[in-house]
Design a protein around this ligand. Structure first.
Ligand code: CMX
Length: 444
């Protein structure tokens, strides 16, 4: 039997969606209040409406954290012994306090996270009730929600906490949550891909090194990669979907667990963090279809064109703000050049990089034809045998916690209010535009 409600919705919505598109083409430049009609329909691009202290994105230079670029931070942030990559503890300290950390500051962050890292048994029990083929991001979000039972903010709010103390309770939640995420993520990895054969944490290791250890990859080089990976994915100013979600949900005084779980649901979308799993899948599909491990640049170009012709996006390319190659892509490329320049899949990534900007740029509508952070990470992980693609976004999520939760501490310290932008209807807009036009006619 046909679903009458669905048919009714399609009958109403599809012609109206077409009408709206045409309308935006014609009237897109008109400014209502301070925003153009194109921006209203265009995902609010360039609408200045948020304050975020932790990082700032420049379309051409890429991300900077409290004024420092990724290459600068690779030099300036403290490192683990015998490791060339920065410790994520350092970038967290920088984002939270605005100051570059000393080696001692970073040791203190490590020690705090170590002290707070025990995950209550009930979180593992919740995870164990989920079918083992549940997507790792769904498992991750579920585990964070289960952990909400531990929220200091929620308990203190119930006891009548003063507004002046919101930041303090938020800081406690943020630190407790960040400390526990590697264990939770590793538990998901091992239950999903290693028959529940778990690895106990090593309290002598730093946050990222211990995470690598619990995943089951103890090579020092992989620990270095994790330190780099978890440093460069932390933050991308305030408007990206995971940061903005944390801020929006947090603005209702939902605690850090509720806000961060919501952010992870945003990160799990293929236009955002899930692109990292989509990229490697796209690459392996290309190699399968072409029947070669080393396609020529002409073959890659053809494959990109066939992806576009099928009405799909080329994952790992494009960005809402960036208009140049992502420095986070470049940082990963440099790591691979240093440690394994001859890796075959990594070389395919570099060949795509040589071809894709030209092809994507040639079709005109794509504003940024360059690679983003997700274009490289999968190939780097595959080099170390981490070929469980569906897990990749969890790694991104563990890192993203550092930026968005440092920001949440700032939101509460600044006493930022409930976020509540204004919306209008198409009808309202049409009436407004018509009125403006008739006023113009009478003025002439
Ligand atoms: N492949 C094919 N088409 C693309 C494209 C890509 N990589 N990037 C943009 N486009 C298309 C858009 O889909 C849009 O098409 P329509 O007009 O038909 O809707 C058009 O080009 C204009 O888009 P845009 O203004 O250049 O880009 P947006 O700001 O709208 O979107 C993004 C940005 C990232 C969603 C988009 O570039 C994309 O879908 N990229 C592939 C997915 C991806 O890599 N996401 C990860 C981003 C980084 C992250 O958050 O982790």
């Amino acid at each position: 039997m046909t679903d009458k409600i669905k048919a009714k919705f399609a009958e109403k919505a599809l012609p109206l969606a077409k009408e709206m598109k045409e309308y935006v083409k014609e009237h897109g430049d008109m400014i209502i209040d301070t925003v153009s009609i194109s921006q209203l329909y265009g995902g609010m691009r360039d609408v200045l409406s948020l304050i975020t202290e932790t990082s700032l994105l420049d379309a051409y230079k890429g991300i900077s954290f409290r004024g420092y670029s990724i290459p600068e931070l690779k030099e300036l942030l403290p490192k683990a012994p015998n490791c060339t990559e920065p410790l994520p503890e350092g970038i967290f300290y920088l984002m939270l306090t605005g100051e570059l950390p000393t080696a001692d500051d970073v040791k203190q962050v490590s020690a705090e996270w170590q002290k707070r890292s025990a995950v209550p048994q009930f979180v593992f029990q919740v995870l164990d009730t989920l079918p083992v083929d549940t997507h790792p991001m769904t498992q991750f979000s579920t585990a964070i929600m289960a952990l909400q039972n531990e929220s200091v903010f929620a308990k203190k709010y119930e006891e009548g906490m003063s507004k002046a103390d919101y930041w303090d309770a938020t800081y406690e939640d943020a630190m407790n949550l960040i400390a526990k995420l590697p264990r939770i993520a590793a538990y998901i990895f091992r239950r999903t891909y290693h028959s529940g054969n778990h690895i106990a944490p090593d309290p002598t290791l730093d946050w990222a090194g211990n995470f690598a250890h619990m995943l089951g990859i103890d090579a020092p080089e992989f620990k270095s990669l994790m330190r780099l990976y978890l440093t460069i994915h932390v933050d991308h100013e305030g408007g990206n979907a995971s940061a903005h979600t944390t801020h929006l949900v947090g603005s209702t005084l939902s605690d850090a667990y509720l806000s961060f779980a919501a952010a992870m649901n945003a990160l799990a979308g293929p236009l955002h963090g899930l692109a990292n799993q989509e990229v490697i899948r796209w690459i392996f599909n290309m190699l399968d279809e072409l029947g070669t491990q080393r396609p020529t640049q002409e073959q890659i170009e053809q494959y990109i064109r066939s992806t576009l012709a099928a009405g799909k996006v080329v994952p790992g390319y494009g960005h809402a703000v960036l208009r140049s190659p992502d420095p986070r892509f470049i940082a990963q490329m440099e790591f691979c050049k240093q440690y394994f320049p001859d890796d075959p899949i990594v070389n395919v990534v570099w060949d795509i990089y040589a071809v894709a900007p030209k092809v994507l740029g040639s079709i005109g509508k794509i504003k940024n034809p360059y690679p983003n952070v997700d274009a490289h990470s999968g190939a780097t992980l595959v080099h170390y045998g981490v070929n469980q693609y569906n897990f990749y976004t969890v790694l991104f999520g563990v890192s993203r916690a550092l930026g968005v939760l440092a920001s949440l501490c700032w939101d509460r310290a600044l006493g930022l209010p409930l976020e509540r932008p204004k919306s209008i209807t198409f009808e309202w807009m049409k009436n407004w535009v018509a009125q403006q036009k008739s006023e113009q006619v009478s003025a002439n």
